[in-house]
Write a protein that binds this ligand. Sequence first.
Ligand SMILES: *[C@@H]1O[C@H](CO)[C@@H](O)[C@H](O)[C@H]1NC(C)=O
Ligand SMILES: *[C@@H]1O[C@H](CO)[C@@H](O)[C@H](O)[C@H]1NC(C)=O
Ligand SMILES: *[C@@H]1O[C@H](CO)[C@@H](O)[C@H](O)[C@H]1NC(C)=O
Ligand SMILES: *[C@@H]1O[C@H](CO)[C@@H](O)[C@H](O)[C@H]1NC(C)=O
Ligand SMILES: *[C@@H]1O[C@H](CO)[C@@H](O)[C@H](O)[C@H]1NC(C)=O
Ligand SMILES: *[C@@H]1O[C@H](CO)[C@@H](O)[C@H](O)[C@H]1NC(C)=O
Ligand SMILES: *[C@@H]1O[C@H](CO)[C@@H](O)[C@H](O)[C@H]1NC(C)=O
Ligand SMILES: *[C@@H]1O[C@H](CO)[C@@H](O)[C@H](O)[C@H]1NC(C)=O
Length: 434
Amino acid sequence: MWTYYFLLSLCIITQVQSKQIDLSYRGLKKEDFFARLQSTINIREVTDLNLKGNRFDNFIDCSTHLDHMKTLDLAENHLGQFLFLCNDGYALESLNVSHNFLEYIDDSSLNNKVSKLKILDLSFNKLSTINETMLQHMKILEFLSVASNPIVNLHENAFKNQKSMIHLDLTNVSQVFFPSTLFKAMTNLSYLNISHNKIEILPYLPLSLEELDISSTNILYVDNLIFPRMMKFYMNHMPNITEVVLNDFENLTMLEILSMENNPILSEFRVWPPNSRILPRLQHLSVRGCALETLTDDLRPIMQRVSIVDLQNNPWHCDCRMQWVNRLNLSNELSREIKCKTPDQHTKKILAEIPNHELVCVEISTIGYTAILVSTTIILLVILVGGFWIFWKGPLRQWSLPKRGTETVSYKNVVESSNDLISHLIVADDHNDE
Ligand SMILES: *[C@@H]1O[C@H](CO)[C@@H](O)[C@H](O)[C@H]1NC(C)=O
Ligand SMILES: *[C@@H]1O[C@H](CO)[C@@H](O)[C@H](O)[C@H]1NC(C)=O
Ligand SMILES: *[C@@H]1O[C@H](CO)[C@@H](O)[C@H](O)[C@H]1NC(C)=O
Ligand SMILES: *[C@@H]1O[C@H](CO)[C@@H](O)[C@H](O)[C@H]1NC(C)=O
Ligand SMILES: *[C@@H]1O[C@H](CO)[C@@H](O)[C@H](O)[C@H]1NC(C)=O
Ligand SMILES: *[C@@H]1O[C@H](CO)[C@@H](O)[C@H](O)[C@H]1NC(C)=O
Ligand SMILES: *[C@@H]1O[C@H](CO)[C@@H](O)[C@H](O)[C@H]1NC(C)=O
Ligand SMILES: *[C@@H]1O[C@H](CO)[C@@H](O)[C@H](O)[C@H]1NC(C)=O
């Protein structure tokens, strides 16, 4: 045991010059560190302390001196608590307490002693509440992750002081709705991840966003997107999206990456009305793993322009409507990736390997067949009804035909006034000549 600490101390001494101490994954308990190891380091000078992957069950600053500490990594421990009580103020800029057992944030955890924090990682804990005072002292915070916490109460003013926030991760925080005031203060927010939440509508979001991930949410429609700086937009694994019309993204003029992968019922994908100038900077478009059967011609301009288009794993129906894709002869191997599912004669074939004359639409003959069937049925019905009528009304001679001059045009009328009819026709011809 003592040789272990001796070696560890040696290792620490060699690290001390750089003022960065790495004690990660050494099975240390807080007693090991505070009572023994600490005395071998000039802890006051340390700027960067990595205690990741140890067995601390809490961390209280009173038995240590973190005067110059800028980065403290306590991730992957057993923390139920971390407190800053015993010093007036710290220089701490980055704190990682992710993957611990925190159930709540004590009033002495994120207080005004650590108000210089810029980076705070609280992800993968057991936090159930983010109330309006929990982050009130974190006024210059730029990076925050509370991902994968079972949050029940997320106060609408929880982030009201986070005006400097740039990167916010709210992945998997058990929310069904994000209040519209939540992001209001963050006018510099650039990255937002709200994936893995069962929300159904897109919340109000800051205009400054450059990267947005709404994957694995139950959002039904994405429209009214006005983000003039947005460069990356991810909407993968969305169970309720049936249709994407790229015109809804017309105001994302800086967009470079658009990912719509593995959306199981996404079957409509269009640019409508046609617009060849949509998404002028797009470089990467992916709709792989969706339910698309065909591509319409209005996608041609965008397909030709975008350098990476991923269309794999869709149930493509290779008929005449797909001829244009073949004719494009794209260099980006777009059509190489289209593997047909239907019709039967093309199953599992690559679209590019099917000559265009074999891409036929059988719909027309189906329509013809249906038409014949329908008209035969109608004729049969007419004969049947007619037969019934005759049977019920008795023989033909009893029919009383309307008299001349009435408005109803009957067979008898037409015969009797055939001369009138001819003169009408002549008049009509005269009109046509004019
Ligand atoms: C915090 O630690 C976790 C677990 O080791 C790591 O995945 C995460 O990237 C760290 N966060 C930051 C901001 O470095
Ligand atoms: C916020 O929660 C903390 C505990 O996590 C509590 O001490 C504090 O009083 C709460 N603030 C409000 C305004 O309820
Ligand atoms: C979501 O968070 C829970 C804990 O709250 C965790 O067990 C689960 O693995 C997380 N899921 C994802 C997709 O990160
Ligand atoms: C927003 O970003 C700009 C440019 O990086 C910076 O000058 C400004 O101070 C930031 N605003 C806030 C509230 O942090
Ligand atoms: C958002 O978070 C999920 C889960 O951690 C991750 O898989 C995904 O890559 C993140 N999105 C972006 C754009 O970073
Ligand atoms: C794009 O912005 C213009 C001007 O602000 C607006 O009229 C139009 O409705 C927006 N388009 C979409 C799809 O939101
Ligand atoms: C969205 O899809 C999920 C999973 O298929 C389903 O449970 C939910 O009811 C759907 N929501 C709406 C509004 O259709
Ligand atoms: C398609 O492009 C290749 C080279 O990129 C060329 O060799 C081939 O002749 C073209 N086919 C047609 C039908 O234009």
